[in-house]
Ligand binder design. Structure first.
Ligand code: HEM
Length: 129
């Protein structure tokens, strides 16, 4: 499972600090807009239910940021297995996520914690058969 990334010193969760559910939903919207506009990545999502995907991604990011939300999608290894996702694809997805967080003025320390937590999922996503 994906671990919650914590470590801020303000007492608020990162989830609260960035503006909670609406802010994270907006980040995830921008993130998938950019992923789907990326010719290297778009094809992977050709048959995906985007509404479901976004809902699960919002849950996962919210959980990682210490929000009162539980991810209830598939295990990441299940969701990504057999898709032939490369390390380069993974890196690009992370770049799009960071850009979406930056576009929402999320502070760098919080972005760092999110990237550390989600970056740790790489072995469940890349080269899973
Ligand atoms: C930080 C890295 C990533 C995270 C945290 C992540 C997270 C997720 C989550 C939460 C889901 C939803 C699972 C569900 O609905 O049960 C999902 C689905 C999916 N992911 Fe990722 N993902 C990552 C990287 C990637 C990469 C690099 C690719 C390919 C380039 C990819 C392709 C997909 C596809 C195609 C689906 C849709 C599966 C479906 O249609 O049901 N993901 N991912």
């Amino acid at each position: 499972m994906v671990e919650q990334a914590q470590g801020n010193t303000t007492g608020d969760s990162d989830y609260e600090a960035v503006g909670g559910g609406p802010a994270i939903a907006s980040v995830v919207d921008v993130f998938y807009r950019d992923v789907l506009a990326d010719p290297q990545l778009a094809g992977y999502f050709a048959d995906s239910d985007l509404a479901k995907l976004k809902r699960h991604q919002v849950q996962l990011v919210s959980q990682v940021m210490g929000g009162p939300v539980t991810y209830d999608g598939l295990a990441l290894s299940e969701a990504h297995k057999g898709r032939g996702i490369t390390g380069d694809d993974f890196g690009k997805v992370v770049v799009h996520l960071v850009a979406a967080l930056e576009a929402h003025d999320v502070p760098a320390d919080i972005i760092g914690r999110v990237v550390t937590a989600l970056g740790a999922t790489q072995d469940d996503i890349v080269g899973v058969h």
